[in-house]
Write a protein of this length. Structure first.
Length: 717
């Protein structure tokens, strides 16, 4: 079969790079995009020429992934589905296939076995579908008007998204082919491995000086990127040492021979669980000789070769981490995997740049050299080798969003599902990493047990690896309160938590004792009013009964950032990030403390307050009378108690006999305000109110709850 890939190789010594999306000549750019599309589409199809028969498309290489027939169809349907979303086309090619191939149940954990049965189409049907898809995509690129630069919000962004998505699956599908039984694959002239090998070099350490890393891209940069690349992150990284080379097969053999796979001290619980599940005794791509454990071969794409000991070992995160634990024990040094920040310091120290557009990469990257790894001392990058290329490098950092992260509206599940502290970042790219994958700004992450063309280098440092906040709060109530406190206003109604704090401060200035010592925010929930009060008070205590809610405020105090999801409609979600600094509240954090506590049974230490704010609290207490009788003991003379409540008494929160109003008494209506006057009258004077303070709670994108809370202000006698 004539390979389009071979034709392209004959015309150029390197594969096309991800294009620059700005300029002034639209037709020239159209031609460039057309060439990039066909080159990547051809390259992807050529990978499947490694398969020997139709059966190879349907037999799963590993049980936790779809068979390869899915991946042959998936990348083409991705184009069609995204083009429909942005309006580049208005009809489908094949609704059945575009549904079947839309989303892959890719391995999300090693025990997520999926036994679903699929009525897969024939290989010829999928190839025919790809031909039709190619015609549609070609026509879109040739004939659809667009402007330069092509940006994040432009429909044509979906064209490059489809190409870069296929580049990702070029790599992940090659990993599956590499795990296929040998009789299902064959060697191919366009996918030839490196044939160079020698003894493994002795690894050493290179000093990396302290320095600052500034990461994150601007959305205006005219080169395609995935959503997690955008935003801003900076950190000061202390000096450390890193291995000169990637860990080679030869260096890793020492760990294997030392019983590294059988010593539980080197494996955490998750790693031990994977190891037991996989029955792992050595790296996955190592093949022991039958009956003789001392001889090893290495599985490549389509063949097994005698072990090249000077090539990089390929492992998952668990194996890389276990090696570092063993290395630390052997050397007495603090050895671990680098963080993402440390990897970027290594990159900066090597003074590297992205692969050039018109020359081969000076690294085993972008398929510019071989269809395999190569010796770890082949490509020097300053004092180091393989800072990029050869194999991906596992980092200690779970993937997380940079400040200002936002999901792309037509691919909202590309990154956000990985913000779970279970997907670790890989950096540097491998021999088959093309397009966006080859750029140093790219941020890919996989489950820790996942196999990619990935290995590692290690660092020696006493600095602990700090994992940035990565998770999105998805508890419905917590997210709703977070948005209520820190989110956007709706229908012109001011933010309630801020409004209450402002009203309380204003009242204190007019009616209070003049002291700005301590304030108490009771029922503080996620803490917005606490931070707002700390603009003027020297110390603010926020107390709430709910640990889940109070943790949001505590997290904001510690990190300055929270992230959460909210329902839009049905199962569709939106992702939000809120920051203290954008609310001009970062400077208040040091004056705020958060406590979990019971407003009806406060600890004795909570006294001496000049202001107590209790917003939307009393009608959710199990004994509001007890709270009101006790609160005078907490407030200094002349201090204020600011109450607000919609008085929505419900027996699920407060037994009927505990209500302080909202019922008939002696045949007459007895309001909550009547009850407040009766209970508080001996110790407090009502100095202001009642006053209605509105608030809006978002339930979904199109459903909001509008409520009026009644505020009263009481001065301690």
């Amino acid at each position: 079969m004539n390979s389009p890939l071979r034709d392209m190789l004959a015309q150029s010594e390197h594969f096309l790079r991800t294009p620059f999306l700005a300029g002034s000549d639209i037709e020239s750019k159209r031609g460039e995009l057309l060439q990039y599309f066909h080159a990547s589409f051809d390259r992807y199809e050529s990978l499947f020429e490694l398969l020997t028969c139709d059966e190879a498309y349907y037999k799963k290489p590993i049980s936790l992934r779809h068979p390869l027939i899915f991946y042959l169809g998936h990348t083409a349907t991705f184009f069609i589905n995204k083009f429909l979303l942005v309006g580049l086309i208005n009809k489908r090619i094949d609704p059945r296939l575009e549904s079947m191939f839309a989303v892959g149940v890719d391995e999300m954990s090693w025990d997520d076995l999926d036994d679903a049965r699929y009525d897969w189409p024939t290989v010829d049907e999928v190839r025919a579908y790809r031909r039709k898809a190619r015609e549609v995509i070609d026509s879109v690129i040739r004939h659809t008007p667009f402007n330069l630069p092509i940006g994040w919000h432009d429909p044509f962004w979906a064209v490059i998204m489809g190409i870069e998505h296929e580049n990702i699956h070029l790599e992940t599908s090659s990993v599956l082919i590499r795990q296929h039984a040998l009789h299902y694959v064959k060697q191919h002239p366009a996918w030839q491995p490196c044939r160079t090998t020698s003894a493994a070099p002795v690894n050493g350490l290179v000093n990396i000086p302290a320095g600052k890393v500034v990461l994150g891209r601007s959305i205006t940069e005219p080169i395609y990127g995935w959503d997690n690349e955008y935003g801003h992150h900076e950190a000061n990284v202390p000096a450390f040492q890193t291995s000169r080379h990637l860990v080679s097969n030869g260096e890793f053999l020492e760990f294997v021979n030392a019983g590294g796979y059988t010593n539980p001290n080197y494996w955490d619980d998750e790693g031990a669980g994977w190891k037991q599940f996989a029955k792992a005794e050595h790296p996955t791509f190592w093949v022991p000789a039958a009956g003789e454990e001392k001889r090893w071969s290495l599985r490549l794409l389509a063949e097994e070769v005698p072990m090249p000991w000077d090539w990089p070992v390929e492992t998952n995160y668990h194996e890389a981490r276990a090696f570092c634990c063993w290395k630390a024990e052997q050397t007495g040094q603090p050895v671990r995997l680098p963080t993402e920040d440390e990897w970027n310091r290594i990159y900066n120290h090597a003074q590297l740049a992205d692969v050039p557009n018109n020359a081969r990469a000076k690294a085993n990257l972008h398929l510019d050299h071989w269809a395999s790894s190569c010796p770890v001392n082949q490509f020097a990058h300053g004092e180091l080798f393989d800072v990029v290329g050869n194999v991906w490098q596992w980092c200690e950092t779970p993937t997380y969003p940079f400040d200002g992260f936002d999901v792309h509206p037509i691919y909202d599940d590309f990154t956000s599902p990985t913000f779970d502290n279970r997907h670790n970042i890989i950096k540097g790219g491998s021999w088959i990493s093309c397009g966006n994958e080859s750029r140093h700004a790219s941020r890919y992450a996989f489950r820790k047990h996942f196999f990619q063309h990935a290995g590692f280098r290690y660092v020696v440092t006493n600095t602990p690896a700090i994992n940035p906040l990565s998770t999105y709060e998805n508890d419905a109530l917590v997210s709703q309160y977070a948005e209520f406190h820190y989110g956007d206003s709706a229908f012109g109604v001011p933010n309630f938590a801020k409004a209450m704090a402002d009203l309380a401060v204003d009242a204190h200035q007019r009616h209070g004792n003049g002291m700005l010592g301590k304030a108490l925010d009771l029922g503080c929930a996620t803490g917005r009013s606490s931070f707002e009060l700390a603009r003027v008070f020297n110390k603010v205590i926020g107390i709430d009964f709910s640990t889940l809610l109070i943790q949001v405020g505590a997290r904001l105090k510690e990190t300055g950032t929270i992230r959460y999801t909210l329902p839009d409609e049905g199962e569709l979600l939106s992702y939000y990030e809120r920051r203290l600094d954008t609310l001009n509240l970062a400077h208040t954090a040091e004056r705020v403390e958060f406590w979990q506590g019971d407003a009806c049974n406060l600890k004795s230490i909570h006294t001496g307050f000049d202001l107590v704010l209790a917003a939307n609290l009393i009608d959710r207490l199990y004994s509001p009378r007890r709270f009101l009788l006790d609160i005078s003991n907490r407030i200094n003379a002349g201090g204020l108690l600011v109450l607000a409540s919609p008085y929505t008494w419900l027996e699920e929160y407060t037994k009927r006999e505990e209500w302080i109003g909202g019922f008939k008494k002696d045949g007459e209506s007895y309001s909550t305000l009547d009850g407040l006057k009766e209970i508080l009258g001996e110790q407090f004077t009502l100095v202001e109110g009642p006053r209605a303070v509105p608030f809006v709670i978002r339930e979904t994108r199109r459903k909001h709850q509008h409520t009026l809370s009644e505020m009263t202000i009481w001065k301690r006698k």
